[in-house]
Design a binder for this molecule. Structure first.
Ligand SMILES: Nc1ncnc2c1ncn2[C@@H]1O[C@H](COP(=O)(O)OP(=O)(O)OP(=O)(O)O)[C@@H](O)[C@H]1O
Length: 216
């Protein structure tokens, strides 16, 4: 269970706070969706949750444990918007083993299977995969680290309709085992999967009106 209590972020370079008193709770095996326009602070919030940026104020907890950035780096796995731009391995296997050379063949195969990539060659170049396969590989890179919380920045951006549907199906599967927090400027693709839905506007988190939540 992840809990944020009045988390704010106000870097010196910004005249106004980028995030203002953000509070929410995300239970295990649930998906939270945060929708907001460009510049509302979505990526900054994910960076805080991934332990890449320290909040100026407020606290983050996992159950009863207060989380510092170093712990968040272990706990959370962040999949960037356009993650394919961040691949550095020459092969799929290399990409999965970056930072984890000890990973065995069985774990690699199991993780690729969990994202629907068991049919691809582990020797294929990540850049030679299709757009949808690259997104799946980026998810696998995070899943193999066994995070408690999976953070996704605009996971369907730039995918065509069929790849989008496949990715949405995959997120529905992943939700059975992981806590997911997704940020997006467009709720329409993912709203039906979300257990919680919030709007981020000028750094403030608002609960979406009930009538806009998916019907259970
Ligand atoms: N370190 C920083 N110093 C000053 N301003 C910053 C800093 N980091 C982010 N900002 C500003 O904070 C605002 C929120 O940025 P952020 O990237 O989090 O928004 P976003 O909702 O993810 O936008 P997009 O959907 O376009 O990616 C922007 O106006 C950005 O320029």
């Amino acid at each position: 269970m992840l809990t944020l209590d009045r988390v704010s972020y106000h870097p010196a370079a910004s005249a106004t706070p980028i995030l203002k008193q953000i509070s929410f709770t995300l239970a295990p095996k649930k998906m939270g969706l945060i929708v907001g326009p460009s510049g509302s602070g979505k990526s900054t919030l994910l960076e805080i949750l991934a332990g890449l940026v320290s909040p100026s104020k407020g606290t983050l907890h996992w159950r009863d444990q207060e989380l510092q950035p170093e712990t968040l780096q272990q706990l959370a796995g962040l999949v960037f918007q356009f993650p394919e731009r961040h691949f550095c391995g020459h092969t799929v296997l290399e990409e999965l083993r970056i930072g984890h050379p000890e990973l065995g063949a069985e774990q690699v195969a199991k993780t690729l299977e969990s994202v629907g990539l068991s049919a691809i060659s582990q020797q294929a170049a990540p850049h030679a995969l299709s757009g949808g396969q690259q997104r799946r590989l980026a998810l696998a890179v995070q899943l193999i680290r066994q995070p408690y919380l999976l953070l996704l920045d605009e996971p369907t951006a730039g995918l065509d309709w069929s790849m989008k549907q496949q990715l949405i199906g995959l997120l529905a599967e992943l939700k059975k085992d992981w806590s997911l927090l997704v940020v997006s400027h467009d709720a329409s693709d993912l709203e039906h999967l979300a257990d919680y839905c919030w709007t981020l506007q000028n750094g403030e988190l608002l609960t979406k009106p009930l009538e806009m939540l998916p019907v259970a």
